[in-house]
Write a protein that binds this ligand. Structure first.
Ligand code: AMP
Length: 371
């Protein structure tokens, strides 16, 4: 498919007003494009850096139609965009990534089934519709296991670890997750977690960043380290997995794919795969924030380019680095961080700081790549 690029002066519509929307708007501005943010009322730091914004609910059809008429292409910064809103918007302007990526990403069962259907290794998993499904599913999946709500889970929210499989534990877990439809996953004894950030143009061209290794604390990303230190084979396999997903989703934009790395030998020493799919995000991702400091083009630049039909340069990384999130009052340390010559500080301009809230991040450059 040959696409007409959106020329400088064109307008990128972005659903969502948080930090990812803000960073996308900044990247769009650098290419001479304008950003129009659409978000419901709230703390929307993306509004501060955008050409225009619409403050309205995702079910306000009149506002959605006005927004879609005012932009050249529509993208989003979060995966829980209501499908009805995406479908309505798509009648007026291209929505990239397209509806399949949203549909699959919104439901953990569909997501795991989609990956497994492509021959990608996943943890063993089972569908849980009722509490009674838990015991037979545990026989299949094994212990320990992780019970997760199928919808609206992120940063470890909506998930419970199961260790004994006893009646009381299962009842408590089922209650805690609100008796909602769930997926039960076998626990993966991983060595580490990595993610692939790739950009795919609507014409099918794909480029990928070097793979970060991600360290979490309380299920929230704390650091991303680049390079990941897992070796060229693991990185190549990780990129190939992400590429298969992107092609099958007929994807346009930046795709983030989170993978577990098993200990060397694939866990069984008999050539079982070393990489196990966890989840993907159809958007720019926290584990790619380092790209703004350590690469010529950031994940935000490449996402804007991909959805606007611009050329996609191979990401050139010039430094090894580590990115650290600033949560809650950690961002009060901005003055000391801002004084360090090897640190790129990025604050999100959020009005209110709460414990654990992502307020900013910084990337420390370690050494030029290859030194
Ligand atoms: P998720 O929201 O599914 O990405 O889960 C958040 C975090 O929980 C992951 O980054 C892992 O550290 C952990 N986790 C999720 N699923 C599993 C699993 N099946 N086995 C081991 N750890 C998991």
């Amino acid at each position: 498919m040959t696409l007409r690029a959106i020329a400088p002066g064109g307008v990128i519509g972005i659903l969502g007003g948080g930090q990812l929307g803000r960073m996308l708007a900044l990247a769009a501005a650098r290419l001479g494009l304008q950003a129009h943010i659409y978000a419901p009322a709230g703390d929307n730091p993306a509004f501060d850096v955008a050409h225009a914004h619409t403050e309205a609910a995702y079910d306000d059809e009149a506002a959605l139609c006005r927004f879609a008429e005012a932009v050249d292409v529509i993208t989003y910064e979060f995966e829980n965009v209501p499908l009805a809103a995406a479908a309505l918007l798509a009648e007026h302007a291209p929505v990239r990534p397209g509806p399949l990526a949203l549909e699959v990403a919104q439901d953990r069962l569909r997501e795991k089934s989609f990956a497994a259907g492509l021959g990608i290794a996943t943890p063993p998993f089972a569908n849980i519709e009722h509490e009674d499904d838990l015991t037979p599913a545990l026989d299949e999946v094994g212990l320990p296991a992780v019970l997760k709500t199928r919808l609206f889970g992120y940063d470890g929210k909506g998930q419970v670890m199961l260790r004994s499989g006893g009646k009381a534990e299962l009842a408590a877990a089922w209650e805690k997750l609100g008796r909602a439809p769930c997926i039960l996953e076998g626990f993966v004894a991983f060595e580490c977690e990595i993610s692939v950030l790739l950009a795919r143009g609507a014409d099918g061209a794909v480029v990928a960043f070097d793979v970060p290794r991600n360290e979490h604390e309380h299920h929230v990303l704390r650091h991303s380290h680049v390079p990941c230190g897992m070796g060229a084979d693991v990185e190549a396999e990780a990129r190939a997995i992400a590429g298969r997903l992107a092609d099958a989703l007929d994807y346009a934009g930046v795709l983030a794919v989170e993978l577990f790395v098993l200990p060397d030998g694939g866990g069984d020493g008999h050539g079982a795969p070393r990489l196990v799919f966890n989840e993907f995000a159809p958007r720019v991702h926290n584990s790619g924030h380092w790209t703004e400091a350590a690469c010529l083009h950031s994940q935000f630049d490449l996402h804007v380019r991909a959805v606007a039909g611009w050329p996609l340069p191979e990401p050139l990384r010039h430094h090894d680095c580590v990115m650290t999130n600033l949560l809650g009052n950690e961002a009060d340390n901005w003055r000391a961080l801002a004084a360090q010559p090897d640190v790129l500080l990025h604050l999100y301009g959020k009005r209110e700081s709460r414990t654990g809230r992502k307020m900013g991040h910084y990337t420390r450059l370690l050494r030029p790549t290859g030194e």
